[in-house]
Ligand binder design. Sequence first.
Ligand code: AMP
Ligand code: MG
Length: 467
Amino acid sequence: MTLHIPFDNSYARLPARLFTEQAPVPVAAPGWIALNEGLARDLGLDPATLHTDEGLQVFAGNVIPEGSTPIAQLYAGHQFGSWNPQLGDGRQVLLGEVVGPDGIRRDIALKGSGRTPYSRMGDGRAWLGPVIREYIMSEAMHALGVPSTRALAAVSTGEEVIREAALPGAVLTRVAQSHIRVGTFQVLAARGDHEGLRALADHTMARHFPTAGSVPEMLAQMVARQADLIAQWMSLGFIHGVMNTDNCSVAGETIDYGPCAMMDAYHPARVFSSIDVHGRYAYGAQPQVALWNIAQFATALVPLMPDQARAVDDFTAIINRFADLYQSAWLTRFGAKLGLAEPRAEDRGLIEDLLTAMARDDADFTNSFRALADDAPEPAGVDADWIAAWRDRAPDLDLARATNPVVVPRLHLIEAAITAAVAGDLAPFHEMLGVVTRPFHPDPALLGRYVAPPEPHEKVDKTFCGT
Ligand code: AMP
Ligand code: MG
């Protein structure tokens, strides 16, 4: 074996009831879609040894690399507010963890790797579309500075996956600080498994909250991370689309890119997911939902506390800080978008007036802010009074240019890249990936179609879970 991945699988050393040992199910005829060489190096892995037939077999799940203990993790979750007592990795296995040269421990997992004991009615597979979407979206989010899971590799399986039609199968290799979800804590709390809960909490603190030292402090830090994460999403016009508690990473990364999208025309009530009929996960609802998810996390932690009645009061006080933390993070992020390094409370009105004007005029979210940064504010739909008030604040346009991306991964272009990939042409996927992973300084020669909002006939209003 030339391929060596220095696995150290701390999750697999937790109590066995937190997961099931489960090998990936081999596939017929793997083929390369993409290998993320930069991420490989961040992990301390040699891209040249990964970009081999052996690497291909590993990323397809056909070969289990030495040192890997493949497991499917157990979790539960509230899906659209309804409690589901058992979910778990139904189409993913965690190969193991590696500690990179930066000292950070990361999971390497295969998504779409076949059935597991948690698959319920599903086939354990993914088709090419969601794999391409997650690859592009997660790498773009990372390039935009948003904490996110990443994509190390994507491979085709040579097998068909049956959805509305027969579609080409694929496997995504996902890298995450961990796959510990709010729902991972919930499943143990719901089962009254206090020992398991304690082991998971200790593991999570050691791994993600090394300065916390106590469960309430872990909760406080988790609240602060969520507040900043959601403010970042909002500042980019990102809509996650399925913020169930099982899709909420305790470490504070954006995880599970399903029916997500970057907004084109701004509106706070914008929803893309075809199944989100009530707009539970609409753009403007995301801070509220994050808070709701945090409350579920806190509830799951209560059994760890010696005095549970007191814990409820203490945790409530901690959770109640979310609103201020979020508002402050929002003001910082949107202030920077306007070129205000130290926004004041009064600037909130300036930002809100801009957003109101944008919503009224169906202004493009990304381009309106970028136009301000480029000192060409007309497209934002604001009037001369607003511009005068803004200029009065002496905006720093370098700051605005550093915070307002030129390009984001627009939904209609992702869909076009998927359509081409299904027809056997991966060029649009690779080109788009190259552009959206340099969001502040993209190659000008490639820019045209990536900065233009969709024409009416190009618009995609709906996304599908794509399972
Ligand atoms: P998601 O909507 O992708 O967050 O998935 C919710 C739950 O459904 C998780 O437990 C997934 O593992 C499971 N799941 C989604 N798609 C499949 C599939 N094709 N086969 C088996 N389980 C799946
Ligand atoms: Mg999920």
